[in-house]
Design a protein around this ligand. Sequence first.
Ligand code: SF4
Length: 211
Amino acid sequence: MSKQDSILKEMDNLFPNPKCELNYSKDYELLLAVMLSAQTTDKRVNMVTGPLFSQFDTLDKLSKLSISEIENHIKSIGMYKQKAKHFKSIVSSLVEIGGYVPNDREILLKMNGVGRKTVNVVLSNLYNEPCIAVDTHVNRVSKRLGLALMDDDVLEVENKLMKEFPKDKWSKLHHQLVLFGRYKCKAVNPECESCNLKDFCRDVHEYEKKA
Ligand code: SF4
């Protein structure tokens, strides 16, 4: 079995039904939550978006919040001042284009605070578009498993993953690699001893050194 097939098989074994761990019930809530999730955990984002989206349950209500009011709601997460500005700007952009998140990469990328990773997560979850969003987990796991070079930037990692795996696997694999990085192949103290992918791993020697 090829390395790629082994990885896909193990991901299906570990995470047969992976999904985004950010809570949302509306398309714009996902876009805002993904923007807020930069440099922080999904859990922490859910803690602020839960009360915020419940109290202001329409785009119209969110659009009436000032930047300082948004700051007050999200101040427990990192970079909240900058994120509050992006939040306000994204909500205004969405209101301007009709109040929905378009299936249009170019329009989304023009919004403040919305980068390639955010667009990939949003299009994949809302529109089932084949995408591989490279966040910190996908980046680390891809490099450990030799799917990318250590000094590749996130775009290079994304391109290599898209080349290595069939298109119909991309979205699911993205979620699986995020979960694998979050819960097993962690940045610190990865669970190498029980990892079925250690034959392919560049970092397994760290585990062997400790063993
Ligand atoms: S052996 Fe360890 S570092 Fe390598 S992929 Fe598995 S969990 Fe990650």
